[in-house]
Design a protein around this ligand. Sequence first.
Ligand SMILES: Nc1ncnc2c1ncn2[C@@H]1O[C@H](COP(=O)(O)OP(=O)(O)OP(=O)(O)O)[C@@H](O)[C@H]1O
Ligand SMILES: [Mg+2]
Length: 228
Amino acid sequence: MGEVLIQAQDICKSYRTGRESVRVLHGLSLELRRGEAVAVVGPSGAGKSTLLNLLNGLLQADSGQLQLFGRDTAWLDDNGWSEWRRTRIATLFQEGNLIPTLTVARNLAFRCALAGRETNGEQKLLEALDIDATADRYPDQLSGGQRQRAALACAFAMQPALMLADEPTGSLDENTARRVMPLFFDAVRERDLGALIVTHNTELARRCDRMLELRDGVLRPWDSVTSS
Ligand SMILES: Nc1ncnc2c1ncn2[C@@H]1O[C@H](COP(=O)(O)OP(=O)(O)OP(=O)(O)O)[C@@H](O)[C@H]1O
Ligand SMILES: [Mg+2]
């Protein structure tokens, strides 16, 4: 069994807007190891994106314990979180996250440089994602699905230990989504990556090692056959 990357216990998170408080996660627990791809499904508003942003340190839990890479994150300061986001934790945001003033190729090179990685194999990555023709374009010159794939290329290029992907195939047609999926599973196998993939795509979810449903503030095993 691979090293434990995520160990989350009893995580609670509410948002406060004015006088109102929205309880999103209450008592959520999760374990994810290297070499494992775990799918998270759940209705809109259930807290899936919130969960990913707690795991990459952009949000802080109200209570609960979170260990990443075997370290208690309670002691981690902003610099520590930033370092992990540069080098170890790739987040593929629902709305994509490319730098608008850089071309696709330069976005890739920049992410590699931030992570302290050599740039190599980027062309192959772009070809695998069928966006090699867009390498010299800026993000606003791409379609939504091309942008999503370019963001995915950047996330893979930084060679993270942990990939948090929020609807990675959300803007893609069925065939393009099928082309993208093996990248996750190859990286999980070959690079011993741990991947937490929020998805509404049941094919992608089923190909993961485990499927979890986020509902009522907690994660539970999800059976795609009996659930609908
Ligand atoms: N900054 C915020 N302030 C207040 N409420 C928020 C904030 N961000 C999210 N929420 C609320 O928290 C709940 C969970 O939101 P979240 O974005 O995590 O859901 P989700 O499962 O990712 O949904 P979707 O499938 O639509 O992306 C929702 O009710 C949302 O309205
Ligand atoms: Mg979301």
